[in-house]
Design a protein around this ligand. Structure first.
Ligand SMILES: Cc1ncc(COP(=O)(O)O)c(C=O)c1O
Length: 344
């Protein structure tokens, strides 16, 4: 689509919003709000028309070499997004754990690892990706519903290729009682073979209205992701003195494509209450995993700046004296890709 055609499409409206009240969204040319992409005149073989450029490279020129469809990522945009979050968190002890499900390209994972990123995974396949690029276990958090026993074993035995040192990962985020039961059994068996006692957290459901798109909202009681507080507290207490796991954290992910700070603030207030209750009951927490969820602009949404979001999270966590884990996906990778399809 040329710049002129994009202008034309910009006038088009469409409906968006699922079960929520349908709200017209205006299509806006993304190049106008993604600074690493632009429309420019193409030279070379592109017959002098306009084409999309990523940083200083024309997507058409890349497509001529690689064929189509081709996806081009801006390294500067990925690094910029990552660093904005880090800057906003300031001196708060933290590990950013990029959500691998949002993009599993080895080149991108390697680049993020080089920036110091940790990783949030939801499958054994993602763990193998990280192993291949040498990510240390202490930078990996395992989230996701329905982890299989085999995947749990792989994570308990994990050691990055080419690295010595401790086996295992930083944290298992447990999403159900059945999953906890399986992890307890697998851990007991693996310990007999020399594995360490795994650090575990429960993904709680803070029952807050998250906003964002209704089909990817997970923070309300009816959404069934994570355990409600009564169930979670019962499990924390029942396994307080377990020899097969050690409680080290509490985690939450209230949904995706959230474009306001207030749902995050509500969830953080709830979490602060849970943390204080757990500490009162003698559960020694080290990590608060606040998941992902910050949205990106697709059309005319007004999205909070990453730095402001991170500052707000840091301010809420500081008094709790916990190590923050964040699992951003979309906010890091969403606005960084250009696509060049075939010319028909
Ligand atoms: C547990 C968890 N963490 C992190 C993410 C990444 O979320 P986002 O891409 O909205 O930042 C998701 C997305 O579904 C998730 O379920």
């Amino acid at each position: 689509m040329s710049g002129g055609q994009a202008q034309e499409r910009r006038k088009t409206s469409f409906l968006h919003g699922g079960r929520a009240r349908a709200r017209p969204l205006q299509l806006v040319d993304p190049a106008t709000f993604t600074p690493h992409f632009s429309w420019k005149k193409s030279g070379g073989n592109s017959a002098g028309g306009e084409s999309v450029w990523c940083e200083r490279i024309s997507l058409s020129e890349i497509a001529e070499k690689t064929g189509t469809p081709t996806y081009v990522y801006s390294q500067a945009a990925i690094g910029g997004a990552y660093n904005e979050l880090v800057t906003g968190l300031g001196a708060l002890p933290h590990t950013l754990c990029f959500a691998v499900k949002s993009n599993g390209s080895l080149a991108i994972l390697k680049y993020l690892a080089g920036l110091g990123s940790g990783f949030d995974i939801v499958s054994g396949g993602e763990l193998q990706h990280l192993q291949r690029i040498g990510v240390a276990g202490k930078r990996i958090v395992f989230s996701g519903v329905g982890k299989t026993r085999e995947e749990m074993r792989e994570a308990l035995r994990y050691r990055a290729t080419g690295r010595d040192g401790a086996r295992g990962i930083l944290l298992f985020n447990i999403e159900s009682e059945a999953e906890l039961a399986a992890l307890l059994e697998e851990s007991a068996r693996e310990q007999r073979r020399g594995a360490a006692v795994p650090a575990v957290s429960i993904r709680v459901n803070p029952d807050v209205q998250a906003g964002g798109h209704p089909h990817i909202s997970t923070g309300r009681h009816e959404h069934k992701f994570g355990l409600d507080w009564e169930q979670a507290r019962r499990l924390y207490l029942a396994h307080r003195d377990s020899r097969d796991i050690q409680w080290r954290g509490i985690s939450v992910h209230i949904g995706s494509q959230i474009v306001a700070l207030s749902p995050f603030q509500r969830a953080l207030r709830r979490l602060a209450e849970y943390v204080s209750e757990l500490r009162g009951a003698g559960i020694p927490l080290k990590y608060l995993d606040f998941g992902g969820g910050l949205g990106v602009r697709y059309t005319n949404e007004k999205v909070p700046a990453r730095k402001d979001y991170a500052r707000m999270v840091a301010q809420a966590i500081r008094p709790l004296r916990l190590h923050l884990l964040l699992e951003p996906g979309r906010t890091i990778i969403g606005p960084t890709r250009g696509y060049r399809g075939p010319r028909l």
